[in-house]
Design a protein. Sequence first.
Length: 405
Amino acid sequence: MSSKISFQDGKMLVPDTVTIPFIEGDGVGPECWAASKAVFDAAVERASRGTKKVAWKEVLAAEKAFKQTGEWLPEETVEAIKHYHVAIKGPLTTPVGEGIRSVNVALRHTLSLHACIRPVKWIAGVTSPVRRPELVDMVVFRENMEDIYAGIEWAAGTQENAEISACISRLTGKTLPEESGFGIKYISRAGSERIMREAMEFAIRHKRRSVTIVHKGNIMKYTEGSFKKWCYELAKREYGELVCLESEANQPDMAGRIVVKDRIADNMFQQVLINPAMYDVLVTPNLNGDYLSDALAAQVGGLGLAPGGNFGHEVAIFEATHGTAPDIAGKDLVNPGSMLLSGAMLFDHIGWSEAAELIRQALASTVRNGIVTGDLAKEVEGAQVVGTTDFAAALIEFIKSEACA
């Protein structure tokens, strides 16, 4: 019997024993993964009453892959993720200033993972730098393939760079400074409509009140300005009777519709601080979404509790969103929350939502009871600070307990 996910008429079919590739990650990655895997297995066991199981399959990427194979992203890893359709990974090292641009970006582009989805919601008991963290409940839909992160760049001093400089000067009449690096920012109608459609479908499915387009179209009129325009057009064309504009929201005949609005990116950073309850689903070009999702994570306790997933056509990778933290690697100090919540997203994705909910309940209960890793212990009165392994053990104890119905 096959242990891989398959698709029939667009519907995902998941066997009771399913093979899921994992990349444990670099730095603190191995500790995060070991702790999280134990929680995942306990949640699946409890939720399914022993009828379901994950056969975890390790694949290599980044530093561990380079040391073992001489490649930062082996073809075998890419093919395995394509074959099994889902994967989960820890934080990955990328050389700074030379070599491969980013293993994370390479995975997204190689597998056409066009949507990065980052839910951000406060867990009671977690210390926050804002006064009302419980008002933060947003999901960021970040376009993954275009914008600045497309990887179209030319280093200063190269022949290609000189040709680009000459072309810009000819087209604009501007003389650019010597020793300039160049990068191309592009945003397409197809990419904009695709991410907006996914944000709209999510909002409808989860009964969210609004979708906010975040852009810098007041300055970058033909890239981010077009992103705004195309997103609005898609919403009106494909979801007309289900949506209304912000200016129409108070009209009686618009009650119950999803409000589609937009905000300038720099203003949006202020809005999520002073008016977080006004925002549900955010849809953004690549760079805006990168900044904004991390800023939102800080409002609810930091990247240690920020899950994320990257989605393409029939392929998805879920990931810990924090860095490799080499300064604490191997010390049993890291908070595995990001990996745990990303695993919950994975289980939701494959239809094992009971296991996903057990993970979230266990994490919330453990934090609420004051059992936390060091990064969450600041200013928490009476906190019981534990290491990575014991934190996972506390979650597993809750999952197995009678309190977990």
